[in-house]
Design a protein around this ligand. Structure first.
Ligand SMILES: [Zn+2]
Length: 298
């Protein structure tokens, strides 16, 4: 299965419908304008325009400077398994490069990520979250899920179904007792199997509001598909907002970027893809010019 259909299938369950706020409108416009088939004729000025827009989206997040990461082209030995990896080891889930500059995220409740063994670890947007919050995040192999793995009293399962409550509608009682959220990081089909096993207990299911994906990916998917890490990010953002309002009675609270770090590796991946794309574009343009020069010479 190619990357696109893999991802489409994977995020089928996490679709959003509405454009939420500000910059997402730009992302939508970009998607409509870009014509990837024109890559090799050098006529893609809109891409550069879209990059400027994406830069402003990224700027709105509280994140460290990406440049040292983007300039770091090498691979580095994992301190645990000794294999050479890019920024983090997807097996051991530890940073292998620029660890000091990698953000640390302090979460209000723990996160359990259920990962299906057949899904490539290196491709997962959710697994690297553990690097960012090692104490509060656990990754569980889906094969080990028995069904009674979590305490239903203190656990929320992040999944949209007919029983799901929107995060913003969680009661004070639930907010006060919740200690953990569970996210499933696998295809729709695999998720159905895992959720079936979890039916043994009366878990509380939650869903986030509808969002368009924040980070437009060239050609790979529509803006309606959220990556698992995006869904997790929005969950924590909404959870914090709801908690402040409902439990702390803090009506004036506004989100201050506390969990933006959860998007760190995801954005790096986006920027890397984008740079590769630009390179290909420049190369295409140069080749076209070379051809034209050749024609002129003849
Ligand atoms: Zn390792």
């Amino acid at each position: 299965m190619d990357y696109k259909s893999r991802r489409d299938k994977k995020f089928k369950t996490l679709k959003g419908r509405n454009l939420s706020a500000n910059s997402n409108d730009d992302v939508e416009v970009v998607q409509k304008k870009v014509k990837p088939s024109k890559w090799d004729d050098g006529k893609v000025p809109i891409l550069e325009e879209s990059i400027e827009r994406m830069k402003s989206v990224i700027k709105s997040l509280k994140l460290p400077d990406f440049e040292p990461f983007l300039n770091d082209q090498g691979r580095h030995e994992c301190p645990v398994c000794n294999r050479n990896r890019k920024f983090y080891c997807h097996d051991c889930l530890v940073a292998t490069s620029l660890a000091e500059q990698t953000p640390k995220v302090d979460l209000p409740i723990s996160l359990s990520i259920i990962h299906h063994e057949s899904e490539k670890r290196a491709k997962s947007s959710a697994l690297p979250l553990k690097v960012l919050s090692p104490e509060q995040i656990e990754v569980i192999d889906s094969a080990k899920i028995q069904g009674d793995d979590f305490d239903p009293e203190t656990t929320l399962i992040l999944f949209p179904n007919d029983k799901s409550i929107e995060v913003k509608d969680l009661s004070e009682d639930v907010l006060r007792t919740t200690k953990r959220v569970v996210a499933v990081d696998c295809t729709w089909f695999q998720t159905a199997g895992i959720l079936n096993r979890l039916k043994q207990k009366e878990y509380k299911y939650v869903k986030i509001a509808d969002y368009d994906t924040t980070f437009w990916r060239h050609q790979s998917q529509s803006s309606k598909h959220l990556a698992t890490c995006e869904a997790i990010y929005y969950f924590y953002k909404e959870y914090k907002e709801t908690f402040e309002k409902v439990v702390n009675k803090n009506e004036n609270y506004s989100y201050g970027g506390e969990y933006d770090g959860l998007l760190f590796y995801y954005i790096i991946q986006y920027l890397q893809i984008q740079r590769g794309y630009l390179k290909a574009q420049t190369k295409g343009k140069n080749q076209q010019e070379d051809k034209e020069e050749e024609r002129d010479d003849n």
